[in-house]
Design a protein around this ligand. Sequence first.
Ligand SMILES: C[S@@+](CC[C@H](N)C(=O)[O-])C[C@H]1O[C@@H](n2cnc3c(N)ncnc32)[C@H](O)[C@@H]1O
Length: 213
Amino acid sequence: MEYMTPLIYQKIIKTLSYIYSKSAVDEKIDLFRFKDVLDSYSEGQYESKLWAVKELEKHITEAYNTCLIIGGWYGLFSHILCDRGFEKKVKNIDLDPVCRMIGKKLCLFDNIDFETGDGLNIFTNEKRNRKSKIVVCTACEHIDSEELYFYLNHKNKDMLVCLQSNNYYEVDSHINCHDSLQDFIKSLPLKTILYSGTKRYKDDYDRFMVIGK
Ligand SMILES: C[S@@+](CC[C@H](N)C(=O)[O-])C[C@H]1O[C@@H](n2cnc3c(N)ncnc32)[C@H](O)[C@@H]1O
């Protein structure tokens, strides 16, 4: 982040200014996006994404040609991944179309792209459900547990996945929290666990992470 930090802050300031101007003329853009963009690049988000990138890097080989991110939001994970040297294609997929619009404005790397759609479709798409793909979802707490299990159960057996959830039940949109790392692991149909761990955030909640196949 040594070089990326000042640039990303400039981009964030420009993007907040864009959101302010756009909110006056485009009903899809309202001022809650200020808070959402700032939250997405907050210290806690940075820590949890850096943790994911550092652990995931240990398993990335030349065999992988793309990293697909489900619920990529405004692209922080992709920025950290590329800032630390990942040069292959990275695609942020988010249900919310505004994430693509804002994510593109914040973007610092040519190999990062944004797409609007349901990221779970990766696992039923012949071109994407391949052993050459890495799939990341640090937003499992936002995805229905049965749905996540169903789609992951279709994944290519050699595809590498990195998944995070938490025990932060207090947030309404968190529909798939877990009491412990073991509960999170049990909720996933992975055949091989390459890494699993827990991190505590400001005495508020625990974040769980699993990397596997
Ligand atoms: C609040 S954000 C991210 C929270 C999480 N702590 C993180 O940093 O990844 C969750 C995002 O996931 C997106 N999302 C939820 N389900 C999705 C799905 N099935 N496919 C793509 N995006 C999804 C939402 O639109 C939202 O932008």
